[in-house]
Design a protein around this ligand. Structure first.
Ligand code: SAM
Length: 279
């Protein structure tokens, strides 16, 4: 959909875009193609799209995938999308399924098994991080995530130990996903242009989980506590919640200095520490 078509469509349907819903629509054909290519979408793929908007990405996904399930919160866009991509009513397993819902609420409410799915989406920026944390956590996560979001969030998802962007989001998502790559998308590719820079990231689910389900809650608690005050020594912070002797022994066993700050510890070290602190 060209920019002129998009403007004309919005004007004809009298749709005023809502900033709080992150309604910056992607109209650049090259960038849309790059997103689909990053998802390596084939005819056997099931795709989850969060925030289809006016459907420019949906159209490309439907042309390649076996199935697309889209979740859109704005009822005006849902009405338009149902007209644009009608499902024959007799078709019991339609290629395109559209849910009118808040995707974050739905993901929290319904613990679906997404293991056979890929997320390919230009996410609403304000809820992109909680959506990714919700979707990527646990053993039912999708096999691949291709998400367009705010550049700063992309940098956190891709960060390595000791990077400025390395932190809670990095570790919570990288526990189950390996970062594969990313590219910037200039603001002018969206209508209206967002005030922040954007990027599309690709993450691939790890073949073997690093932790069993039972230890994931401890991992989240250790990571959150360790980064609760970035400049403080993490041992001191952890002592607020775990017994001193157990922690000191764990730091000795893992050869971590008691003076270390959380940003210096790798994912592997956080995983090892979780295993020791787990009952
Ligand atoms: N995919 C479209 C595109 O690339 O042009 C639109 C992307 S736009 C950045 C984000 C979309 O997410 C909007 O259509 C917005 O209405 C929708 N949205 C916002 N919050 C949502 C939520 N919590 N759940 C589902 N959709 C949401």
């Amino acid at each position: 959909m060209k920019l002129s078509d998009m403007r004309e469509l919005l004007a004809r349907r009298d749709i005023q875009l809502t900033k709080s819903l992150g309604q910056n629509f992607l109209h650049d054909a090259n960038q849309l193609e790059r997103i689909v290519a990053a998802g390596e979408v084939t005819a056997t793929d099931k795709i989850l799209e969060i925030g289809p908007g006016l459907g420019p990405l949906t159209e490309l996904l439907l042309a390649k995938a076996e199935k697309v399930l889209a979740i859109e919160m704005d009822g005006r866009l849902v009405t338009y999308l149902r007209e644009r991509f009608p499902s024959p009513s007799e078709n019991l397993d339609p290629k395109f399924e559209l849910l009118h819902d808040d995707a974050l609420a739905l993901l929290k409410r319904e613990t679906r098994d997404w293991r056979d799915w890929k997320l390919v989406a230009n996410l609403p920026y304000s809820v992109a991080s909680p959506i990714l944390v919700e979707l990527s956590a646990g053993l039912r996560a999708p096999k691949m995530i291709v998400a367009t979001l705010q550049l700063e969030v992309a940098q956190r998802l891709m960060a390595l130990t000791d990077d400025d962007h390395y932190g809670i989001l990095t570790l919570l998502v990288q526990l189950d996903f390996e970062p594969r790559g990313w590219f910037k998308i200039p603001p002018g590719c969206f209508f209206p242009s967002p005030e922040v820079d954007s990027a599309c990231v690709t993450l691939v689910r790890r073949a073997t989980p690093l932790l069993p389900e039972t230890q994931r809650d401890i991992f989240r608690r250790v990571v959150k506590k360790s980064f609760s005050q970035r400049r403080k020594m993490m041992l001191k912070l952890l002592k607020q919640d775990w017994p001193k002797e157990k922690l000191e022994a764990a730091f000795v066993e893992l050869n971590i200095s008691p003076l270390e700050r959380a940003e210096k510890l790798s994912l592997t070290q956080f995983v090892a520490l979780t295993k020791i602190l787990s009952p």
